[in-house]
Design a protein around this ligand. Structure first.
Ligand code: SF4
Length: 404
């Protein structure tokens, strides 16, 4: 059994570990493999609860990813149990796993070296890992280590292998994926992300390409030109965090509201031959230290103005539990109850924007990818990231035309 918390990079590596166990005839079906996340205290608590429940059921537990990492390396048991002393009585039932099986030297072992069916209908393709941006609210950076990119050849080979096996949709992912092939994520001008996208179009025939969380500071002219190609699905998710210059500065983000305006306006006005209504997603933190009511209003206005149709918003986490972040020491901390109130207010605005978007998609034709079946219902996603339920005899991986 496995549990994945949060990001698509976790899903990518989970695939590798399960392939590895299978390849080594290691039956982990009765154990729990838990992909952990430290993005907020809430994520840490949820994970710990899952681990405890499994241990109380005498399950063997494999714990991996951000909860057991330090600068890309697996923590020692001593280090791990000094952070989570409440788990030390279960030492014999817990095994900490590194980022991926069989890493030789520093070269990452590509998935195609482990022969196993893919856990998911679509393929998560990790292109970049780590980060050097040092946002003041981020713990991930302490876990994932320095920015590094997979080679073009490895990525293309992995995609072509997936297509050869009948795969139809890939999701490009990473910790700061649009920084691909740059020396540092603080130097966006060095990124070769749009060159990679151009190569994927040229050297693979995968029909549906999704791009997960984008840093707005990395997107150049070629990127916007390429996004007119229908193989790139019209859903663009941005790691925005705030629309206020003051707050972005306090977060040590690598862009300002003017850059956000230019990028989001260009995406909103993209002219695509498929005339699909473009969906824009955003990660937002509410109640960041120093965020006044006026600054918060700028973020509310941003969600409306740029029509953010898929909003991931959560209240600032000061990481009071276990490991912490620089922003926890900033002045003008906002009480948690007020952070939550702002988050609820913003989510209401986000729901309203999304409902309008869904209405505009009514009576429109879409091609959906059948991803999974549950209780007799088939679940699928449109190109512009609307989830639909289908009746009928379809199998996972089918592309089906539907009218919403
Ligand atoms: S860009 Fe910022 S939030 Fe994202 S991983 Fe890097 S340091 Fe963390």
């Amino acid at each position: 059994m496995y549990k994945v918390f949060w990001c698509k990079v976790n899903k990518y590596y989970l695939n590798k570990w399960l392939a590895y166990f299978e390849q080594n005839n290691q039956d982990v079906s009765k154990d729990l493999i838990i992909a952990t996340c430290v993005v907020t205290d809430r994520a840490k608590n949820k994970r710990l609860k899952e681990v405890r429940q499994a241990l109380e059921k005498n399950q063997k537990v494999y714990i991996t990813w951000c909860g057991v990492f330090e600068k890309w390396e697996k923590m020692s048991d001593e280090q791990f149990y000094s952070i989570y002393p409440e788990l030390s009585e279960f030492k014999n039932e817990i095994e900490l796993l590194g980022e991926e099986p069989g890493r030789i030297d520093t070269r990452e072992v590509a998935t195609h070296e482990f022969k196993k069916t893919n856990l998911y209908t679509k393929k998560f393709v990790m292109i970049q890992n780590g980060c050097d941006t040092h946002c003041t609210f981020c713990l991930t950076i302490l876990k994932r280590g320095k920015n590094r990119s997979r080679t073009l050849e490895d990525i293309i080979m992995e995609i072509n292998e997936f297509v050869a096996g009948g795969g139809k949709e890939i999701v490009l992912t990473g910790i700061n994926l649009a920084a691909w092939w740059s020396e540092s994520t603080r130097k966006p001008e060095q990124s070769k992300f749009s060159d990679l996208l151009e190569s994927i179009i040229k050297y693979t025939s995968v029909p549906r390409i999704r791009i997960s969380s984008l840093g707005p500071e990395f997107l150049d002219e070629k990127f916007f030109e390429l996004m007119k190609n229908q193989r790139f699905l019209p859903h663009f998710h941005f790691s925005i965090q705030s629309f206020s210059d003051k707050v972005l500065k306090l977060m040590n983000r690598n862009y300002d509201a003017a850059l956000l305006d230019s990028v989001l306006t260009r995406i909103r006005n993209l002219e695509r031959p498929d005339k699909e209504l473009i969906s824009i997603g955003a990660d937002i933190i509410t109640g960041f230290p120093g965020e006044t009511a006026e600054e918060f209003e700028k973020t509310v206005e941003g969600v409306r103005k740029y029509v953010i149709t898929k909003l991931h918003a959560f209240p600032f986490s000061a990481h009071e539990k276990w490991e912490s972040v620089p922003a926890a020491k900033l002045p003008e901390q906002i009480p948690f109850s007020d952070r939550k109130k702002r988050n609820a207010e913003l989510m209401l605005v986000g729901d309203h924007v999304r409902n309008e978007f869904l209405l505009k998609n009514k009576w429109k034709k879409h091609i959906v990818l059948v991803e999974w079946k549950q209780r007799g219902k088939i679940h699928a996603w449109t190109e512009n990231y609307i989830q639909v339920e289908l009746d009928g005899e379809y199998k996972k991986g089918d592309l089906v035309e539907v009218m919403l």
